[in-house]
Design a protein around this ligand. Sequence first.
Ligand SMILES: [Zn+2]
Length: 342
Amino acid sequence: MGTSDSWVVVGLDNGGTSNNATVLDSAGHFLVDRLAETPSRVTEGPDIAVGALVQALEHVLELTGLPRSAVRAVGLDTPGPASAVGVISSRGSTNFSQPEWRGFDVRTALEERLQLPVLHHNDGNAAALYAHHQHYGDLATERSSISAIVGTGLGGGVIESGRIISGAAGMAGELGHVNIPMHGLIEVGQPMPQCNCGFAGDAESIASLTAIELNLLPYWLTQFPDHELHQVPSPAKAARLVRDLGERGDPLALKIFEQQAMAIGRLFTIAANFTDPHAYFLGGGVVETSAHFREWFLGRVRSYTELREEQARVAEFTLVSDRDMAGARGSAIAALASVQRP
Ligand SMILES: [Zn+2]
């Protein structure tokens, strides 16, 4: 640091309540090893929120002692859906509910404010890119992967030769909304799971916290009439308790996790026939459990992923952590690549 030819890129991860930022030097080393969080202020509209992104950048530069002039490019990720060029979907989304956000070009707005090139991805794709580079290191550009990140929704992304597959409209890698076969996955008499996107029977309609609350728990409670979760009045709260119950071996919770593992396995089977990746990464809330439970869950996912013999010999199944920093770090990696390989 400090020499006149040393330069960096900044990664900015924009979330519903906070922005997280990181700095990556031109040699590929992160200069910030912890969360650098500032308020995102997205509920106050685009103008204030773009200002908050500028503050996030200034804050993280202060932590590293670097001047703004050292920054060559900025990587930005926002919760999907947003187009390839960073325009918030015209349908709006949970974090961007104010009318001013509809069709707002957040990438260009930030670029104009900073007078620096800004590269935009959705948060799932950025996290997938970070998982890929963290796992493969120097081999990243020679490998491919798919990441499924189970949270409120089902995020993730598809990486080929170390780069995000973002698609013509920027909407590639929307793994949660891939329809998967439901035969043998849902029980006889279990209603077809519905997703917030309007699809029925896609991956997110099973493998997400929202799915537990809206689809899985309401059904499985009817099969366990004496279950303790009947006493929890809030469905959202009850859904959040399922993970702990699963760790303790509760039969209802294990039914839910079994269905989620099968859904992710079937999604990975589609990926195996589509891009045939080297690695299948699994992240999100399920990773933040005991080692025993998360290894069990990964094993179930793997058992439901149908690979050909040749694929099974080379494929890796791995849990990915560092979820809090994954978006900012993945965005920074994408920005560095855009400078090095425009
Ligand atoms: Zn969906």
